[in-house]
Write a protein that binds this ligand. Structure first.
Ligand SMILES: C=C(O[C@@H]1C=C(C(=O)O)C=C[C@H]1O)C(=O)O
Ligand SMILES: NC(=O)CC[C@H](N)C(=O)O
Length: 792
């Protein structure tokens, strides 16, 4: 049946009528989207209202409160979210939020508001309560909440039991004693005494909770939100707000403009259908040994340049596959230099491109671009779009069961992530350091260790016959690969290494500063990292060092990347970026429809006195539990920002590695493909949005990475490139043309920006209020030693 325009308009109006519109004010927190989705998940608010639309803005989206006030008639309720900072600091920490609560006029008094943590504190402060530091701070700790009689009557806790458990993330607390306008509803007990956990502003539809209903360890968070929405609806009906809602066209315009104040544009539009690429793709499959050492045996006989993403230990769902990517003269190399906002694109070892010329381009000089070279002036956010545009025409619908069939492989450094500035040059040669380097691979050898299968794959039917024959001759149908790698376990004798470590006192100072930020409420967890520099007396081949590394520290994500992408020339030495890693940590893996993150947080050193049972006990204590929970909630937030269906699939498992035990959680997002066209994202979008990895930053991410970069690591690591983390703390992996991707966190790695003349090693760990200086120093040294041992 055809509907005429009037019918459509009526239908749209009805739909809008059945939706509540909530304005969420975010203070740059890392749990924001956990709350936003919790609100959106509430359906059946009443027989008439069955959906909620949330518009998220930042606390500084509007400079003046009047701009915000003029919009409030459009919304059915406001949620003021959690966040870093202290409400006593007013607009400096809270943007327009303080004024919102202080602006108590007749009109505002009728608007339903729910304040969470920081939002709750700001609401109470405006009523005359005090907000001050807790003696014993609680970050990522789960406590029992107790309701009082008033809670029973107010509706916010409708259908609640008397007690329930919820997560707390706060350094500050509210004391509302003697404040007549505040009605306490809920409290908890701990070393600090009895603490206010929820209150209502009397005679107003303003509520608040100190705890975090959205945490994955909180009980009944959804019910709290649903009750608030019900109360909001009832309030709005009785005050006439509901009737007077704007339902005209302007309303949707304003909403969609507000929705766009936070940019979540995908890096490219996903097509409905992709070509299969059957006419060009070449896949040849062989039976081989299941031993993961096979990868290294193979690497040893392939003399061509190669990038290796391999496993030296096989675990369930990790390290089952190894990839040997073979760049060739058609491979395009994408390099982004954040310090000068430039991206270069050129073919692998294009003989016409000299490094001296590339340098001139980067310095901004006007030169004719030779050969395949393109230089684009763009910042890092635009760089993602460049990658997206390039891949748009490469995606094919083929062999999805193989994780990698060709595509972009490489490294995304720490500073390419959000909220960080890139101004990264090497101390010694003052040369620019790339913030990202990715190479498009046509030819690869991909191995499934679980099934003992090897694939020679080419995207353009150019797989080298010589290599294929060599592989068949040496490995196919042979189960007897060399058990001991044919490599020596130690670096050649006679090489001396000068090792510069971070200064212990500098580390202690940075640790103390972290404690003070966390006590002030600016951060809940800070991943403080150090850099160590190693200069060998003679330059050793990176491959030679990798051989030693993988034997000494086996891990599911061992990577070898030597970017010889500029052809060597006798007059000049391009600064080759080398990256050797034995990372235990997956950051993000995706296929067309799902993505998985695997944050590691919580570390215990192995030793004669430490077995799995003991380690498990330690890893389940409040310190390690809180550390992991904070990052788990942060990761959920990173995913929830783009995808509505996010689940915790594994909760704090203990995993054993060569030198440590670690606490690992797994979070998955589902339904990437099934999302509506407007909200459809790729794994690469999720990667862009969630870098830098939460396990390397702490929480809340924005303020924490800024404090780490500008106040702490610039001093602590001044001996290495001005304290930039560079490739350390970034990610390494691939975006395959069959829509799969897998990226590991760049930890337990070493990297050189000068072809091996000097090496750097990063190591660190999350600091919380429960950390001790000695404990953190030991953790940092343990991680550092796991790779530094190669040189000792
Ligand atoms: C910072 C590092 O590791 C990170 C911090 C961890 C922790 O605090 O327990 C664990 C794994 C990594 O996410 C490192 O290894 O250098
Ligand atoms: N999670 C929060 O909102 C924390 C609020 C405030 N910064 C505190 O630390 O108490």
């Amino acid at each position: 049946m055809l509907l005429d325009t009037v019918d459509i308009q009526q239908q749209q109006q009805q739909q809008q009528q059945q939706q509540l519109h909530v304005l969420f004010i975010d203070s740059y927190d890392s749990f924001t989207y956990n709350v936003v989705r919790l609100i959106e998940q509430q359906t059946n608010i009443s027989p008439e209202v069955n959906a909620v639309h949330v518009t998220t803005i930042h606390s500084d989206t509007f400079r003046f409160i009047d701009q915000l006030l003029s919009l409030l008639a459009l919304f059915d309720a406001i949620v003021v979210g959690p966040g870093p900072g202290n409400p006593n600091n007013g607009a400096q920490d809270m943007g327009v939020i303080s004024e919102l609560f202080e602006n108590a006029n007749e009109y505002l008094n009728t608007i339903p508001i729910l304040g969470i943590c920081l939002g709750f504190q700001a609401m109470c402060l405006a009523q005359g309560a005090t907000v001050s530091e807790l003696d014993t701070i609680k970050h990522g700790q789960v406590y029992e909440m107790h309701l009082n009689d008033a809670a029973r009557r107010c509706g916010l806790f409708n259908s609640y039991p008397d007690a329930f458990r919820s997560t707390r993330y706060h350094s500050l607390h509210v004391n509302a004693e003697g404040v007549d306008t505040l009605l306490p509803l809920c409290s908890t007990e701990d070393e600090n005494g009895t603490l206010l956990m929820s209150a209502q502003v009397k005679d107003r539809p303003w509520f608040g909770v100190q705890y975090h209903p959205e945490s994955c360890c909180s009980e009944l968070g959804g019910l709290l939100v649903k009750n608030f929405l019900k109360l909001s609806l009832e309030n709005n009906i009785s005050t006439g707000r509901w009737e007077s809602r704007r339902l005209n066209g302007k309303f949707s315009d304003i909403l969609s403009r507000l929705d766009k104040t936070i940019n979540r544009d995908p890096i490219y539009k996903i097509k409905e259908k992709y070509a299969t690429g059957d006419d060009v793709i070449y896949v040849k499959q062989f039976e081989v040994s299941k031993d993961p050492k096979l990868t290294f045996n193979i690497c040893d006989i392939i003399e061509e340049p190669k990038f290796v993403m391999s496993s030296s230990v096989i675990s369930e769902n990790r390290g089952e596959w190894s990839i040997i990517a073979l760049p060739d003269s058609k491979s395009q190399v994408f390099t982004h230099y954040g310090a000068v906002n430039k991206t270069t694109i050129h073919n692998w070892q294009d003989k016409q491109i000299r490094y001296s010329l590339l340098k001139k381009c980067l310095d901004g000089q006007d030169v004719d671009l030779p050969g395949s070279l393109t230089v684009i002036n763009e910042d890092k956010s635009q760089f993602w779009i460049t990658l997206g545009k390039f891949m748009e025409n490469k995606i094919i619908d083929n062999r999805k069961e193989i994780p990698f069939i060709g595509g972009l492989v490489g490294i995304l450094g720490y500073e390419i992530g959000q909220y960080l500035s890139c101004s990264h040059r090497t101390n010694d040669e003052n040369s620019l350091v790339p913030d990202a380097k990715l190479v498009f691979i046509n030819n690869s050898v991909v191995i499934n260790h679980k099934e003992g299968k090897l694939y020679c794959i080419s995207l353009d039917n150019t797989f080298s016959e010589t290599i294929e024959q060599l592989l068949v001759h040496s490995f196919v149908d042979r189960k007897d690969i060399k058990q001991d790698l044919p490599w020596p376990k130690h670096l050649p004798e006679g090489t001396d290494f000068t090792i510069t470590m971070p200064d212990k006192q500098d580390y202690a100072d940075a640790f103390e500063k972290c404690q003070s930020y966390m006590h002030k409420g600016d951060s809940y967890e800070m991943c403080l990292t150090t850099q160590t520099k190693v200069v060998p007396s003679t330059v050793l081949e990176p491959w030679r060092i990798f051989q030693t590394l993988v034997q000494k520290n086996p891990a599911p994500f061992s990577s070898f990347f030597e970017f010889n992408d500029i052809a060597p020339n006798k007059d000049e030495k391009p600064p080759v970026l080398c990256f050797l890693s034995t990372s235990p940590e997956r950051f993000l893996k995706w296929d067309a429809d799902t993505c998985e993150l695997r944050p590691i947080k919580g570390t215990v050193k192995k030793g004669p006195q430490m077995d799995l049972t003991k380690a498990t006990k330690i890893l389940k204590t409040p310190k390690e539990f809180g550390e992991n929970l904070m990052i788990l909630d942060l990761i959920r937030n990173d995913l929830y920002e783009l995808v509505p269906d996010v689940r915790v699939e594994e909760f704090m498992s203990v995993e054993e590695y060569a030198t440590v035990y670690q606490l690992v959680s797994v979070v998955k997002a589902h339904g990437l493909t099934s999302a509506s066209k407007k909200t459809r994202y790729l794994g690469m979008d999720i990667l862009k949005h969630s870098l830098p990895p939460g396990s390397m930053t702490g929480a809340p991410k924005k303020i924490t990475v800024q404090l780490l970069q500008d106040e702490l690591e610039n001093k602590l690591n001044k001996h290495v490139n001005g304290g930039a983390r560079g490739v350390y703390s970034g990610v390494t992996g691939y975006w395959s043309v069959n829509s799969n991707g897998d990226w590991s966190v760049n930890i337990r790695c070493m990297y050189s920006y000068n072809g091996g003349a000097s090496w750097q090693l990063g190591a660190g760990g999350a600091i919380t209020v429960l950390s001790t200086l000695d404990g953190e120093l030991e953790e940092m040294y343990t991680k550092l030693e796991s790779n530094l041992q190669v040189f000792m």
